[in-house]
Design a protein around this ligand. Sequence first.
Ligand SMILES: NC(=O)CC[C@H](N)C(=O)O
Length: 313
Amino acid sequence: MTEGLDLDAILTEIAGDMAREEDRGKVADYIPGLAGVDPRHFGIAVVLADGTMHVAGDADVPFSIQSISKVFALTIALGKVGDQLWRRVGHEPSGSAFNSIVQLEAEHGIPRNPFINAGAIVVSDVILGGSRPTEAVGEILRFTRHLASDEGIRIDEDVAQGEKETGFRNMALANYMRAFGNLDHAAEDVLQVYFHQCALSMTCRQLAMAGRYLMAGGAHPDTGHNVVSALRARRINALMMMCGHYDGSGEFSFRVGMPGKSGVGGGILAVVPGVASLAVWSPGLNDRGNSQLGALALQQLAVATGWSVLNPR
Ligand SMILES: NC(=O)CC[C@H](N)C(=O)O
């Protein structure tokens, strides 16, 4: 899948094309720490199964990974409670916005999947598991550093604080689920964990590195040990494919054909199992809260490389 490809040339061309795009979407402004990010940024990083890294554009500029952290948090929670998790959160696409509350009443406080906010808040509750919020945040940070083999990854406290001050909807989701008995801890404590995981600040290079276990059947390429089983990695990829872009998941699949997870910071993590782990960043979002140029760049990459889980190998 990679022989004969000049990936550096492909990525440079994509970065050049994206720099010329005028319709860049709109930077998320409902989180104070994100509103001021320059929409002209564009970065892309691709790490291959053999460990080689290819980058273009602002691949070394840190950005707020926001909901991409839901992939890593889900991985931790599955490690803690295994398939019991699926009693508290579903694995179906929602077809609604990432922060929607509408399904929760009809579905008795059980969120559709772990990648919408309600589902991720349940996942945070599982990770909290009786410890203090700061301990749970530390666990998520250490885990993410371990995945990327990079101790330089940080949490942006200003972004976390800004979300706390403006996160009324997330507070509503948490309290609503608590009323259904689907939250074990106080909403404030669970959201402290959730807001801090969303405030993880990473570069495209670090994010692509962190996604390697999903490319490698659950194994950590640097240690050879399994982060998760091959079956669990496949299921996380399935969830990314079906639910990773909220009500834009069908569109992303249609255009790109890779499991992918977006965040309102403008990042996307995408995986081609056995082939590559990819990260792209462009802060402007489309009307569903997904990176506008991020998806376009991945679409261009999928055409240039033939990479898609939906193509014959
Ligand atoms: N889609 C996202 O990235 C949303 C995450 C953001 N922290 C929120 O809760 O609203």
